[in-house]
Design a protein around this ligand. Structure first.
Ligand code: GRF
Length: 190
């Protein structure tokens, strides 16, 4: 049994997709949903799903408190799902190749500092891209630069706004993030 923590700063629709998917998995259990934002909707989603959840501060992340708390919970893997703070080096080392992120573009395009949420989709729209998608990657100390493990693509040539792109990409994220993380976790732990 592998124990997973999900970190999210916002709405948490991906976190919910992960929780629901792993409910049916025998070998993976979501033991914690954490947010740096006390009012983040992800915490309500975790409550409704009856998953242990809590709030931590930026300094908890930076000074090792969060890492120590995840150790106490016996967390093996960390899945970032709309988590906006930068992950410090000692946290990355603790979860080396056991920490994943999802990004709503085809990295390395439209990644890096400031590229999150609608900023990404607006930039994609303004660049008149014909295709967009989502990327699942390992996390290192630089935003959006860890090794890419999976990309899902969608045709956006007929879409008329950044919002339409966001909606299409989000569907892809919900479809693939749970499935690909399950495959990776299962493979790595065999
Ligand atoms: C997703 O687009 C994800 O790729 C990005 O932030 C967004 C989070 O959406 N990192 P949600 O909070 O999962 O609804």
């Amino acid at each position: 049994m592998k124990r997973v923590a999900i970190l999210s700063s916002g709405s948490g629709s991906n976190a919910q997709a992960l929780i629901e998917y792993f409910e049916a998995c025998e070998n993976i259990h979501v033991v914690y949903v954490g947010s740096n934002r006390p009012k983040a909707e992800v915490l309500e989603r975790a409550d409704r799903a009856e998953v242990n959840n809590g709030v931590f501060s930026k300094s908890d992340l930076l000074d090792g408190t969060l890492k120590d708390n995840l150790d106490i919970l016996g967390v093996d893997w960390v899945l970032l799902a709309g988590f906006l703070l930068k992950i410090p080096g000692d946290f990355c080392n603790r979860y080396k190749e056991r920490i994943l992120n999802i990004h709503p573009s085809l990295l390395p395009k439209f990644g890096g500092k400031g590229m999150f949420g609608m900023n990404v989709h607006k930039a994609v729209y303004e660049a008149r891209e014909k295709e967009s998608g989502m990327t699942i990657h390992f996390v290192n100390e630089s935003y959006d630069e860890g090794a890419i493990v999976f990309q899902g693509r969608v045709d956006i040539s007929n879409l008329k706004s950044p919002e339409e792109i966001a909606s299409k990409v989000l569907k892809l994220e919900h479809k693939y993030y749970p499935k690909i993380s399950e495959e990776l976790i299962t493979l790595a732990e065999e």
